[in-house]
Design a protein around this ligand. Structure first.
Ligand SMILES: NC(=O)c1ccc[n+]([C@@H]2O[C@H](COP(=O)([O-])OP(=O)(O)OC[C@H]3O[C@@H](n4cnc5c(N)ncnc54)[C@H](OP(=O)(O)O)[C@@H]3O)[C@@H](O)[C@H]2O)c1
Length: 284
């Protein structure tokens, strides 16, 4: 995405950014952002920097360095950009090496093969590298939160709060077209949930949008609601991820679509009500 497009989005975020700043404590967090040059990550980066958090962004195309570094200009936090390919993370030791080099407090996974290259690439990145990074993060006591960007239909079972007809229609028109992507993402979501629960001081948060759009930050449906088909604004997704990083401390899955609740209120409600969209799955 061109930098002026990102800048336009960030300009539209003045209200959310001031909320994030108000919510921030004095302690500085350091976020490792995997897939840092992606569209969601480029929206999330200035939000985190704005609240004086540091960000280390992992990208794999060196041509993107200069462009990406612009996101850190005149910001409160520091932006580091590191060139590494997630495809080179072949085991947990590789992931641990990367993590130990950076020593972040939080990790965000917003990477994905995005259908580019051979289908094996999706398995190598979205499944294998993601699982290695999740396991290595859980094995690193200084990391207390991992936010995974997944998608709302990424589950074994129909959610109990979704009507059967709507679910079947969704599978037919949406998920079945992305079968390989789904089969790669689901094991990673499961590992984050199951392994994340084993550490009491760790929150594995799986944020699960629908089809992504480039709309500005708007109202959302977050948690359990009777829809699975629909759009999610990337800016709302990034903003909600920033809010969750700042305030949520519990393992959970949270579905997110464009909706009618302010993101701040939606996050607060989901925390208070301990909403967890993993309900209905065998490991819940
Ligand atoms: N598209 C949708 O409608 C949709 C819906 C639900 C969920 N999602 C999920 O949401 C995530 C974020 O969405 P987005 O729109 O920000 O996607 P995006 O723009 O495609 O971002 C994904 C990022 O991952 C990076 N990446 C790919 N292979 C890599 C590697 N080997 N090493 C390091 N980085 C690598 C890509 O780098 P390059 O830019 O250099 O290719 C890209 O920057 C996606 O990855 C997807 O899993 C997407």
């Amino acid at each position: 995405m061109a930098l002026h497009t990102i800048a336009a989005h960030v300009r539209q975020l003045s209200r959310p950014l001031s909320v994030l700043r108000a919510a921030t404590t004095m302690s500085t967090n350091h976020v490792l952002l995997l897939g840092g040059s992606g569209k969601v990550a480029r929206l999330l980066t200035p939000m985190l920097l704005h609240q004086s958090w540091d960000v280390t962004s992992i990208i794999y195309n060196p041509d993107q360095i200069a462009d990406l570094k612009q996101l850190g200009v005149n910001q409160n936090g520091k932006l580091n950009v590191l060139v590494r390919s997630l495809e080179d993370i072949k085991n947990e030791t590789d992931a641990k090496r990367l993590i130990d080099e950076i020593k972040p407090s939080y990790v965000v996974w917003s990477a994905g093969a995005g259908g580019k290259g051979a289908p094996e690439r999706t398995e190598a990145i979205d499944r294998d590298a993601a699982i290695h990074c999740i396991r290595a993060s859980i094995a690193s006591p200084y990391i207390t939160k991992f936010v995974m960007i997944s998608f709302n239909g990424c589950r074994y079972e129909k959610p109990p709060w979704i009507d059967e007809t709507h679910w079947q229609e969704y599978l037919k028109v949406t998920r079945n077209h992305y079968q390989r992507y789904y089969e790669a993402k689901l094991p990673a979501d499961e590992v984050l949930y199951v392994e994340g629960k084993k550490r009491k001081d760790f929150a594995g948060i799986c944020l699960r949008p629908g089809r992504l759009s480039m709309e500005p930050v708007g109202k959302v449906s977050l948690g359990k609601f009777p829809r699975v088909e629909g759009y999610t604004s990337r800016a709302s997704l990034a903003y909600t991820a920033a809010l969750l990083l700042d305030s949520h401390n519990k393992n959970c899955w949270l579905d997110i679509l464009d909706g009618d609740e302010d993101p701040e209120a939606a996050v607060k409600r989901c925390i208070e009500e301990e909403v967890d969209c993993a309900e209905g799955e065998y490991f819940y």
